[in-house]
Write a protein that binds this ligand. Structure first.
Ligand code: ADP
Ligand code: 5GP
Length: 205
């Protein structure tokens, strides 16, 4: 019997390193990334269906109307949302699915899936966050400023999350997340079925 995979919600300010951590985690085939829909324009190197499903505002609104999204939110002038279908398919196949989403969306996921694991990634400092966003060189100066302002509001919400990961080192951050997931999988309630089978196995004593 395949045990259901976990739904892992990963939030954190833009530039904190979520994408880099996810890239590291999904080297392991047991992790699957939920690919979001967005109205944001693709960055150089981003591919439709791999990094995002890039949508017009009209297409995005259609997805909302057709109830195709598990959650959605507006973040710094663009819309982002999680398609429903992939999540259930993953966990039913025993894969752990990562939802790399911002705080408003995470709250919506919590309402639907209270058993999901909520992890918040923070940078070592706000100065380092700014350095990373500038260094990434994917946004203009004013978009970076908006994202930095939003970062402070998001960090205030850290207590909504189960775990905090300080990303001062990618390998350690990824390994901390793997450890969290290992521990979560050892929670007693996940063994209800195994224990029942063990106790009903009459041939053993
Ligand atoms: P997010 O997905 O949270 O917006 P990214 O993963 O794109 O953030 O990371 C932002 C920038 O910071 C990228 O240029 C990335 O290479 C860099 N970065 C990520 N983690 C670290 C780290 N631990 N130390 C130094 N730079 C990092
Ligand atoms: P970016 O434009 O840097 O790719 O993403 C901006 C923010 O949107 C990040 O905080 C990212 O986690 C978040 N985001 C990405 N996909 C989704 C989604 O499907 N739903 C929500 N609510 N946020 C998302």
């Amino acid at each position: 019997m395949i045990k259901e995979g976990l739904k892992v919600v990963l939030s954190g300010p833009s530039g904190s390193g979520k994408g880099t951590i996810v890239k590291e985690l999904i080297k392991d085939d047991n992790f699957k990334l939920s690919v979001s829909a967005t109205t944001r324009k693709p960055r150089e190197g981003e591919e439709h269906g791999v990094h995002y499903f890039f949508k017009t505002k009209e297409e995005f609104c259609n997805m909302i109307e057709q109830s195709e999204l598990l959650e959605y939110a507006q973040f710094c002038d663009n819309y982002y949302g999680t398609p429903k279908c992939f999540i259930e398919e993953c966990v039913e196949n025993g894969k752990d699915v990562i939802l790399e989403i911002e705080v408003q969306g995470a709250a919506q996921v919590k309402a639907v899936y209270p058993d999901a694991i909520f992890i918040f990634v923070i940078p070592p400092s706000l100065r380092e966050l700014e350095n990373r966003l500038v260094g990434r060189n994917t946004e203009t100066g004013d978009v970076i400023q908006k994202r930095l302002e939003r970062a402070k509001e998001e960090i205030y919400l850290y207590r909504e999350y189960d775990y905090i990961i300080i990303n001062d080192n990618i390998e350690r951050a990824a390994s901390d997340i793997r450890n969290v997931i290992t521990a979560e999988k050892l929670k007693s309630y996940r063994f209800d079925e195994d224990i029942k089978i063990m106790l009903n196995h009459k041939e053993d004593f």
